[in-house]
Design a protein around this ligand. Structure first.
Ligand code: ME8
Length: 507
């Protein structure tokens, strides 16, 4: 049977400096969604990558005394290592310096030129180099770039333009007919009211003032504007405009482009218009999430106000970092990253709630039954609430994940863990253990707890893959049903703590 496909992407990040926790944020969320969809049986293509051309990279490379390609090679290697240490399960990693991408971009540019969607003119205007964005004077805020607040400078050059204006009506119609296309809702209104309705100016899509980019094939003093180069990554990686477009036919249109809010504009205006001009289907959804901020400000490569995320992984464990990022910020909003908050979350949820539950239950199974537990079916009414919680949670997770409410999906699993800890307090196994006549009830109680832990571990796999695996190893049970089973059987291992409590004070 043919499986349903699911194509999910992160932005392709600028390798202008090593990545920070903000890049990890998007990538970890995308990874959890990709893993969740795989668990649901989808044929998933999860793509990330790097956006390597443009003036900003060229300048950085020069400052570092390297040619641009060697400069980005180092950063890409570092990024791949970071993704490995975060257990990011991407299927594809595209670099815009990949030859197949460069060739496809040239073909796309030529096609759009030949059919009249791209034309030659003169560009006079304002440019923000860090954002690689053009602005009109009315779009500036206090004379500065409205995205990053930095200086813009005037540029004047012969350039090619993409006729965005030709497609504005079609775009508005598309957005109105497809309410899920731009999410969350607030961003959709912002796009329509602030950008599309006031009128779309044609977009400058080539530059002549620097050479680190993809050459316009029929006019080689021009390089393709970095955003046109970058956006098309989502289709070139699948073989669009190449000899083998099997994957393109299989996975396109994308199900989800996950992006930060500041680049929603490119993904919901420029990108669909490019696709309309190419006569290709529009992605099903663009989700523009909020930012992780540090001390009230955006974490920024150019401000350098951050630590290498691997330091947190080394100190607190990969799943502590994944959990924090997934759980702390309601998806769509901004959230604050701090080491203190990371420690707090790890202690409260991972060490106390999850870790203690697993440790206490497996210890008791060993202590009272040499680790061998079967269901003795000696139920009591007090069990009902736990059963209900365990049997409902997969449905809750499913509903939350369909809305991309990842934080709430995780919360619902942790509610069951909390409920299970409460069940230990209610059933007091250590008191049951004192009386031989309670033996079957005691075994039933431990069985119920092991089933709850197993179901939660199964559901946690997309978010905390290492921890999920460790729990299943400790349970010595890899049954993947996400419901309470009546006749499972356990021969548990000796428990080892999943998370250590962290007592460190952060300055
Ligand atoms: O914009 N909080 O690359 P970029 C949350 N190359 N997410 C953050 C973040 C933060 N503090 N900082 C960065 C580009 N991100 C282009 C993209 S796509 C065709 C081209 C994440 O390196 C977030 O996803 O500046 C944001 O959109 C992206 O990194 C920007 O990465």
């Amino acid at each position: 049977m043919k499986k349903n496909t699911y194509y999910i992407t992160t932005p392709i990040y600028y390798p202008s400096a090593n990545f920070h926790i903000g890049h990890c944020y998007t990538t970890i969320i995308a990874d959890s969604i990709a893993r969740y969809k795989r668990m649901q049986g989808y044929d998933v293509c999860f793509q990330t990558g790097t956006d390597e051309h443009g003036q900003k990279i060229a300048t950085r490379a020069k400052e570092a005394g390297l040619d641009p390609k060697s400069y980005v090679d180092n950063i890409v290697e570092n990024a791949k290592d970071l993704w490995k240490s975060l257990n990011i399960s991407y299927d594809k990693f595209i670099r815009t310096t990949d030859k197949f991408h460069e060739l496809a971009v040239q073909k796309i540019f030529t096609k759009l030129y030949e059919q009249g969607d791209i034309y030659k003119g003169e560009y006079k205007g304002l440019y923000c180099t860090p954002c690689e964005s053009f602005w009109t004077s009315t779009q500036l805020i206090d004379g500065k770039c409205p995205d990053c607040g930095r200086e813009v400078h005037e540029v004047k050059e012969e350039a090619y333009f993409l006729k965005l204006s030709n497609y504005a009506d079609q775009l508005v119609k598309y957005i109105e007919m497809h309410p899920d296309f731009i999410q969350p809702e607030s961003r959709k209104n912002e796009m329509i009211n602030n950008f599309i309705k006031p009128g779309l100016e044609d977009l400058c899509v080539s530059r002549t003032s620097f050479s680190w980019g993809i050459q316009v094939p029929f006019d080689p003093k021009h390089v393709v504007y970095v955003w046109l180069d970058a956006l098309t990554n989502y289709i070139t990686s699948l073989g669009y405009m190449s000899d083998d477009d099997t994957e393109f036919k299989k996975y396109w249109p994308a199900d989800l482009h996950l992006v930060g809010k500041e680049i929603t504009r490119f993904h919901t205006i420029v990108w669909p218009i490019l696709l309309m001009a190419l006569d290709l289907p529009i992605p099903k959804q663009v989700f523009g999430h909020g930012w992780l901020v540090i001390n009230g400000g955006k974490i920024s490569k150019s401000l350098g106000n951050y630590k290498d995320p691997r330091e947190y992984i080394k100190e607190y464990g990969v799943d502590a970092v994944r959990y924090f990022v997934l759980r702390e910020v309601p998806f769509g909003n901004d959230g604050t990253f701090s080491e203190e908050a990371l420690i707090h979350r790890t202690n409260a949820d991972l060490a106390n709630n999850l870790g203690n539950l697993v440790n206490r239950t497996i210890s008791m199974a060993n202590k009272y039954f040499d680790g061998q537990i079967a269901n003795k079916h000696e139920k009591e009414s007090i069990d009902k609430e736990l059963f209900d919680a365990v049997n409902k949670v997969n449905q809750i997770v499913k509903e939350k994940m369909e809305l991309l409410h990842v934080s709430e999906a995780l919360e619902s699993i942790f509610d069951v863990l909390r409920r299970s800890n409460k069940y230990i307090d209610e059933t007091t196994p250590w008191i049951l253990a004192k009386d031989e006549s309670n033996r079957n009830r005691l075994e039933t109680v431990l069985y119920n707890l092991l089933e709850s832990i197993r179901v939660c571990a199964t559901l946690l796999a997309p978010y905390l893959p290492d921890t999920s695996k460790k729990i299943k190893e400790q349970l010595n049970n890899f049954e993947s049903s996400d419901n309470y089973l009546e006749n499972n059987h356990y021969q548990v291992n000796i428990p080892t703590p999943l998370f250590q409590r962290i007592d460190k004070k952060v300055e």
